[in-house]
Design a protein around this ligand. Structure first.
Ligand SMILES: [Zn+2]
Length: 251
C-alpha cells in the first residue's frame, strides 16, 4: 500500500531519467525534502506543464510506499515559476545557490516550515529584483540561524567581550563565531574582519524579511561577509558547493 500526500513545494532540481521520466527533488512545506519520479514527464509535456523546472513553486500530489526510495509524482501544478529570476545570469546563479545550500543542509522527510517559508520568500525577493549578492548573504545568515547553526557575532566566543565598532577581530569557523585579538591563537584558522561586519550580519539575522531591503551592506562588509560565511558553510558541510564555485568564476 502506498500513502498519498498533498502539499505545496519548491522544485530544487530535476534531471532526465531513462527514455521518458524525470527525477525531481522537492522541498515540501509539510514533509521537508523529498525525491520523486515523474513518469512520462519527458513525453507528455501536458501533464506537468513547466512545473518540474528548478525554482518552480507548485501544488504537489505524490505517492510513497513504505520503505520505497522514490516517491511517485502524481500531480504537479505550477503556482509561480519566478520567471524574472530566469532572465538574468546573476539571479539564476543566486537562486541556484539558495536551493543547493538548502538541499545540502536539510535531510529528507524532515519538515521545517520556517526553512520552507524562508526559501520561498527569498526566491520571491530575487524575482522582485533585490540585489543578488547582498541577499545571498542575508539568505545564508538566516538559513544558518533557522537550522540551528547561527554564527555567534555579538561577543567574543572565548571571553564574551563585545568589540568596539572600529576594531579588527577574527572569525573562527571551528569556534562558530568571532574571537577578539586577545583570545586568538597564532596558529588558529581564522579570518580577520572588522567588528562592523560582525555587527551588520548579527543585525541581518535579527531583521524581519520585510525590513531587510533597508539594510545596506557597504562594499567592505559585503566582501568580508562573503568570505566568513563561505568559510563557515564549507566547514559545516565539509565540502564546497557547485553553485558557489560557479559564482566565483562569474564573480
Ligand atoms: Zn576574547
Amino acid at each position: 500500500m502506498s500513502a498519498l500526500y498533498k502539499t505545496s513545494a519548491l522544485v530544487l532540481n530535476s534531471t532526465d531519467y531513462g527514455e521518458s521520466d524525470r527525477i525531481v527533488n522537492f522541498y515540501t512545506m509539510d514533509y521537508g525534502k523529498i525525491c520523486g519520479i515523474a513518469k512520462g514527464a519527458k513525453r507528455s509535456k501536458k501533464r506537468f506543464v513547466n512545473s518540474l523546472e528548478s525554482f518552480s513553486f507548485v501544488k504537489l500530489i505524490f505517492a510513497k510506499k513504505q520503505g520505497a526510495g522514490l516517491a511517485r509524482i502524481d500531480q504537479c501544478e505550477l503556482i509561480d515559476g519566478f520567471h524574472n529570476i530566469k532572465k538574468d545570469l546573476e539571479t539564476i546563479t543566486a537562486a541556484s545557490y539558495f536551493v543547493e545550500l538548502l538541499s545540502e543542509m536539510v535531510r529528507e522527510w524532515q519538515r521545517n516550515t520556517k526553512a520552507f517559508e524562508l526559501i520561498l520568500n527569498f526566491l520571491r525577493m530575487l524575482d522582485d529584483g533585490r540585489e543578488p549578492e547582498t541577499f545571498s548573504r542575508f539568505f545564508e545568515v538566516k538559513l544558518l540561524t533557522i537550522l540551528g547553526y547561527q554564527p555567534h557575532l555579538d561577543k567574543c566566543t572565548v571571553c564574551k567581550y563585545a568589540p568596539d565598532a572600529d576594531t579588527i577581530i577574527y572569525f573562527s569557523s571551528a569556534k562558530g563565531g568571532i574571537v577578539c585579538k586577545r583570545c586568538i591563537k597564532p596558529n588558529e584558522n581564522k579570518i580577520p574582519i572588522s567588528a562592523g561586519t560582525a555587527k551588520s550580519l548579527a543585525l541581518a539575522a535579527r531583521t524581519n524579511l520585510e525590513h531587510l531591503n533597508k539594510l545596506v551592506l557597504p562594499p567592505l562588509v559585503l566582501k568580508e561577509s562573503k568570505e566568513l560565511l563561505g568559510n563557515f558553510i564549507r566547514y559545516q558541510l565539509g565540502k564546497e558547493l557547485k553553485s558557489m564555485k560557479f559564482m566565483e568564476t562569474i564573480g
